[in-house]
Design a protein around this ligand. Sequence first.
Ligand code: WT7
Length: 652
Amino acid sequence: MSEELIFHVKPQMAANAHVTVTRLGLMQNHAMNNADAFWLEQARRLDWMRFPTVAGTGGFGGEGGGVQISWFGDGVLNASVNCLDRHLAERGDATALIWQGEREEQSETLSFRQLHERVCRLANVLKRNGVGRGDRVAVYLPMVADGVAAMLACARIGAVHVVMFAGFSSSGVASRIRDSGAKLLITADEGRRGGKTIPLKRMADAALAELGDAAPAVVLVARVTGSDVPMQAGRDHALEPLMADVSAECEPEPMGAEDPLLILYTSGSTGAPKGVLHTTGGYLLWASLTQEIVFDHRPGDVFWCTADLGWVTGHSYVVYGPLANGGATLLFEGTPSYPEPGRWWQVIDRHAVTGFYTAPTAIRALMRDDPAVVERASLRSLRVLGSVGEPINPEAWLWFYDKVGHRSCPVMDSWWQTETGGIMIAPLPGAVAQKPGSATLPLPGVRPLLVNEKGEELKGEAEGHLCIAGSWPGQARTLWGDHPRFEQTYFSTYPGLYFSGDGARRDADGYFWITGRVDDVINVSGHRIGSAEVESAFATHEAVGESAVIGVPDDLKGQSLAAFVVLRKGAGAETQELPAALSRHVGVQLGRYAAPDRVVLVPDLPKTRSGKVMRRILRKIATGEHEALGDVSTLADPGIVEQLVRAMEASA
Ligand code: WT7
C-alpha cells in the first residue's frame, strides 16, 4: 500500500525553497562532475579565518592502503564563531535559544548576544581550570541551556566535547570518561524528567569514584533544581559564581578544519561503545548545509529537534545546524506527555515552532493519545516536519502528516548515523516527492549504493547492504584512540566502501527504503544498543554464565530487547524474581533504556559446532516463528531448539 502513496512537493515550496528541482539538478551535476569545486563552493557558507584551498583528500583504503579522510585540510575556523559571533552584527538581538522547562512558567530565551556572552564566560572558566586546545571535556547535563553553552565553550577554546546522555548510568559515564581521557567534567546538581528528579551529581560522583586516579581533577556543577548536593572541596565547583568572576569576552581559538571538535560514543555490534570523532570544518559544514536544505531554513525560524543533547541528533540539529544558520533552536526539558498529554503540542504553539524533528517511536506513542489532544492544538506555525532514528511505518507517517502537519507540511524522513555527522538520505521540501516509509533520495554529493553479501553492487530495483561510495565532509574521521577498529568496523566488510550496517531496498524510482540493521546492533526507540554491550552487562551478575541478546519487533519502540540467559552452574536456585532482577541489573550497569523487556532463562544457547551463537534461531523463537527456523543442521545440538521453545513459552 505504501509504495502507491506519493505526496508531491507543495507549489509554494517548489517555488521558494532553498533547493528547487532546478537547483537540485545543478547541484547534483556539479557534485558529480567537479566534486572539489562543488565542496569548496559549499564551504563558503561558513566563516573561515583562512579559507581552504583543498576539498576532500585521502580515501577509504581498499587495495591495502589505510583509511584516511580529510576535508578542507588547510582551512582555519572556529565553530563557536560560526554559531554566534558571525550573527552578532545583524542578528545579535534575535533569538538564538529558547529553553522551555517542564513547567510552563519555567522558560528562558537567549539572544545571540546573550548566548555569546554565556559561552565566552564558560570558555574563560574552562581556561582558568587548565583546559586548552585538544583537551577533552566531559559533559553530563540534562536538557538545559548550559548544555549548549558547554559545547560551544569547548569549541571556542579548541577543547573536544564528549557529551553524555543524562540517562546513562554512572558506569556508562565512567567508561566514556576513561576512554576519552577527559580532564574536566561539567554536570548539574540534578535533572528533571517527567515530574521526577534525576540525581545527576550523585551519579557523577559514583562514576568518579569508579574512575579513581583516572577521574577528572575538576568538576563544574551547574545549578538546575537548586537542591543541595555534596561538593568535594578542591574538586567540585559551583558553575555560576565562577562564570560571574571571569570576562564576558573570550578570543576564539583558530582551529584547523581537521582539528577534533567532538567525540560521541555509540554502540556497535561488538565490544564497548566506540568514540566517534568528528572534526571542525567538515562536520560543521555538513550540519549547517543539511539543516538549511532539508528543513528549508529561513531567518526567523524556530527549530525544535526533540533529541537529547547527548545523541548526535542533538549535536547536529539542536546545536550546530540551527545556530550556524542563525536560527533559533528550542530545547525542551521534559517528556511528550508530562504533566499532561499534549504537552509537546502546547510547546509548539507557545513558541511558534516552524520546524519539528522527532522520532517514529515518539510519534507512535503520541498517536495513542485521545485524538482530541492533538486536535485542540493550533500547530499553525509549523512549516516542515522531520523523522529520524528508525524506519517510520507508513501509518505513523500519515498520522504525523495529517494530524500534526495538517496536510500542509512535508515530512522529511531522514536517514543518517552518528558516523555520518548529519543527514544523508532525505527528501528536500521543494524538490523531492515523499513516499511514506521511504527516506527517499540521497542529498547532492552523497553516493549510496547497495551490495550483496559478496560485495557486488546491485543496480536498479534491489535490496542489499547499504554502503556509501566516496567521502563527504560530515563523515567521522576515526574512532578515538583506535583507528584500526575504525577501518575494521566500517571499511573492511566491503573494501573501498563505507558500510553503514543497515539494509535497504531501492524501488523503481530510485527511492531508498531502510529495512534496519543487518548487524547485531539493536534499535530501541531510536537508541542504538549493541547486543555485546548488554551481554557484557549480564556477565557482571554473579548468577549469569552466558547470555545472548536480540531485538524483537515492538509496536511502540520499533524493537525491544529480549535476552536468553544461561545461569552459572551452582548459582543457586532459580527464583521467579530472577529474570526481572537480571534486567534491572543491566539497567543499573548501562542505563534504564538498555534494560531488556524480556529475560528468558534457558539451559543452553543454540550454538554452531565452532561455538558461535545462532541469533537467527533465537529471533525466530522469540517471535514465535517455530515453523520457519530454517536450516538447523549446523547446530552442535539440534535438540536445544525444543528446550528453547519451551523455556520461551514458560516465561510468557
Ligand atoms: C541508525 C543510526 C541519525 C540520528 C539518530 C540515530 C537508524 C536512522 C533512520 C531512518 C530508518 C534510520 C539506522 C542507522 N536510522 N535514521 N530515517 N530510517 N532507519 O543515530 O544512533 O547513530 O543510529 O539509526 O539503523 O544505522 P545512531
